[in-house]
Design a protein around this ligand. Sequence first.
Ligand code: MG
Length: 384
Amino acid sequence: MSTSLAVYAASENNSRGRHHVEPVPQYRGEYQRDRDRIVHSAAFRRLEYKTQVFVNHEGDMFRTRLTHSLEVAQIARSIARVLQLNEDLAETIALAHDLGHTPFGHAGQDALNDCMRDYGGFEHNLQSLRVVDELEERYAEFPGLNLTYEAREGILKHCSINKARELGDVAERFLQNRQPTLEAQMVNLADEIAYNNHDVDDGLRAGLLSLEQLESVELIRVHLHEVRKRYAALSGRKLIYETIRRMINTLIVDLVETSQARIREVSPQNIDEVRSQSLALIGFSAAMRERSLELKRFLRTNLYRHYRVHRMTAKADRMLKELFHAYMSDIRLLPPEHQQYAHQDEAAIGSSGRARAVADYIAGMTDRFAIAEYRRIFDPRELT
Ligand code: MG
């Protein structure tokens, strides 16, 4: 594998290693080991029952955080191979990028962030890092998964200046206006390609979006017209999928070619020269960025704010906030193990420690667990 890597790709030879030094793995690389640890983690399995846009129980055909993460990994690996980047690292970052997501998608994240306002806030991206660094309990010698620096750096996509100061080396680029690996830059955009396209697909499937509406978006219109011209009789799922696969391909081709040109221009000779850039080298062309933004705006207005999605969002917001306040006012409502974390964290740093333990517990819930827990705590008919 290493022979096909570009000089500016992440590799075991230039890795900044793991926090706790471990023996070199047998028959697999360090980034493969990272990926394997993620696949075996409890947080990864729970992604199956966490909302992407639609609540998990609304139907079995919609994307969940798990299938979304697999789509991101697929796109990221394809791009990594063309750009001669490290496929294993790209796959690792893709599979881990949403581990910190709350139940109920962005509604859950916003609700927890509101609850945590006086206690340091809540951000799913930081929570993903917290999951792999601290919350997973699997190994005798260290907390978390002890991933490589490059995997952790890739998971931490954004970070405020204050948080960056707290987090230390993994966040130093936010203080220095530097870049992460090309693998990290690329997975970030693979994520965007995946959700923009599958949200169109899921929105149509759910009947919240119509093809007529979608024709107002240039990126969709161009491909829809092309498909209709070529297959005049095509309709239904096949028409939609033939359009979406062309959109995904166009975005990937643009990303690859634009990034290749920027890399050629800057010509980094090693990974340090990638990190020291003030601007990302992986990106879309200006025209494609504009088209992608138009699609995002369309989805925000017509799908994410659709009244049927909003009703779910509003309900999720109420449930998570009520759960948070119930646990905060009576820690004994938590399972004993989590009571223990709350006591430990409170003893260490005060009430924000207690709040953090409660937020960790809620963030770890799946959609259906959160609903069941809400019933157990608030519904007088549930006395178990
Ligand atoms: Mg994502």
